[in-house]
Design a protein around this ligand. Structure first.
Ligand code: ADP
Ligand code: MG
Length: 474
């Protein structure tokens, strides 16, 4: 890669961060930030004032750090500096003592005429923040951005029906369930966006069950449970995301509160939409009366995306990011990233970052290299012979050594690694694996796999070896 350009690196990071929070939040905190400097150990970000610097640290540091690490492919220290004209740069302090705020007042008073003072700005920023807290929606989780395929068409159709005529008994509640990263949150938020856009409901509320829980606990502490109940019982559309959270720990009172909220809303003919990582009756720890209520309406499942849908999603994400991907690159990813839509997105983002930092086209070779650590397991079946060849090559032994009787230490290590990979990457039975390794018994294969697993716990270089062999197979 060419020399790293801080501005460009930050702009790629920003494009990723934008998708990780509501638009309002992003605009408030990130719009006036810049990438200032990048060294092998450190990335410096400029922020407009101490207030926002402090926010960055408190609220977004984890996200920022995660995104920067992914883009750079290494861990760096992240430094926030306050941008002051072109010359002076002041580091942001973690705990903001009053003099820093005072400094900001001075800095701002000497700043351009007509600009709002920091007190105003802080107010506005705080207002924006509290406004966002009642919305909680991601801007891009809309129907328009949702690719429909066989895997999700039922849930999609049910969601549209709810938008069109909310509160109908047959769709109330609508419970969307399925594994992680399959689009439940996206669809649930699309319902909120679209209902608002079409005006089919006046008041809607989208929360995760965690927010519901936290707000409820807070209302108990502040003796404001009546207000809490009011807020939730006076909406036309209530969406609660990830209800499986209600089952963890002791949340009896929360479940009870939710039960009453549910009944009031449903009696008033208000629409309820829930998402869950599994079908309600498998939510152990959830009160029986809630489970049965969740089954009154419509249960819609989301399945892992089929190949065509994966291609369509990749194409759509790439188009949206202005990244041109050839059909063979799309096919390459669609073929290998099969389980989860979030991972498909991750693949596109990595390629986007690479393309914008290195200014080179994404050929199939580039894609293979860039995605090598994301695409671990080839979804198409890998043959045991391929694995043997790759393992032998990596360890500098011959395939014959692997199948022969020799007990030389490094041959044994190579053989065990190869057996482990056969078990891990193919559907071959223990017996089949034993057979291609010089007609060994299946217990030998079990022993090999256990040895490797145990070693993996302590031996980092073994993990690297296995990764390299895996990558050479894709
Ligand atoms: P879940 O809530 O089921 O874990 P999300 O709704 O968070 O999954 O989806 C994960 C990511 O994949 C999100 O960024 C979302 O926008 C994207 N995504 C999911 N399903 C689709 C789809 N059908 N079309 C386009 N993007 C999708
Ligand atoms: Mg979700």
């Amino acid at each position: 890669m060419k020399q790293e350009d801080p501005a460009q690196l930050w702009s790629v990071c920003l494009s990723e961060l934008r998708g990780m929070m509501p638009a309002q939040t992003f605009a408030t905190w990130f719009e006036r930030t810049r990438g200032h400097d990048v060294t092998p150990e450190k990335f410096t970000i400029e922020v407009p004032n101490p207030f926002s610097g402090e926010r960055m640290l408190k609220r977004f540091h984890d996200k920022i750090s995660q995104v920067v690490t992914t883009q750079l492919g290494r861990q760096v220290v992240i430094d926030y500096h306050i941008f002051e004209g072109n010359s002076q740069i002041i580091p942001v302090l973690t705990d903001l003592p009053s003099y820093v705020t005072d400094r900001a007042v001075q800095a701002d008073q000497t700043g351009q005429a007509g600009r709002a003072g920091p007190a105003d700005r802080a107010d506005r920023e705080q207002q924006a923040e509290s406004k966002e807290e009642t919305d909680n929606l991601y801007d891009n989780y809309t129907f328009e951005n949702f690719v429909v395929g066989e895997c999700n068409d039922f849930a999609h159709a049910a969601s549209l029906a709810v938008v069109k005529s909310p509160g109908q008994q047959t769709f109330n509640p609508l419970v969307i369930y399925g594994g992680v990263g399959l689009g439940k949150t996206h669809l649930a938020q699309a319902i909120a966006h679209e209902s608002k856009r079409l005006g089919t409901v006046d008041r809607s509320r989208y929360v995760t069950s965690e927010i519901f829980y936290n707000e409820f606990i807070e209302s108990i502490q502040e003796k404001k449970t009546k207000e809490f109940a009011q807020t939730y019982r006076n909406v036309d559309l209530l969406i609660v995301d990830d209800i499986q959270f209600f089952c963890k720990g002791h949340k009896d009172r929360t479940q009870e509160e939710f039960f009453h909220t549910f009944d009031v809303l449903r009696q008033k003919g208000k629409q309820i939409v829930l998402t869950s990582d599994r079908i309600p009756k498998e939510l152990s720890g959830l009160e029986e009366r809630l489970v049965s209520r969740f089954e009154w309406g419509l249960l819609a499942d989301m399945k892992p995306p089929d190949y065509e849908t994966r291609e369509a999603i990749l194409q759509k994400k790439a188009d949206k990011d202005g990244l041109s991907l050839s059909p063979d690159v799309i096919a390459y990813i669609a073929d290998r990233v099969a389980s989860n839509i979030r991972e498909l997105e991750g693949a596109v983002l990595s390629l986007l970052a690479y393309a914008s930092l290195s200014h080179c086209d994404i050929t199939i070779e580039v894609a293979k290299r860039v995605l090598s650590n994301k695409i671990r397991r080839k979804q198409r079946s890998v043959g045991m012979e391929d694995i043997q060849k790759a393992a032998a090559g990596h360890y500098g032994v011959s395939v014959e050594d692997l199948t022969a009787k020799t007990r030389k230490k490094h041959v044994v290590a190579a053989r065990q690694a190869a057996m482990y990979l056969c078990r891990d990457m193919t559907r071959a039975s223990l017996k089949d694996i034993g057979a291609v390794f010089g007609k060994r018994d299946h217990t030998t294969v079990i022993h090999a796999c256990q040895t490797v697993k145990k070693l993996l716990l302590s031996d980092g270089s073994l993990q690297e070896d296995l990764d390299k062999i895996r990558n050479s197979l894709s």
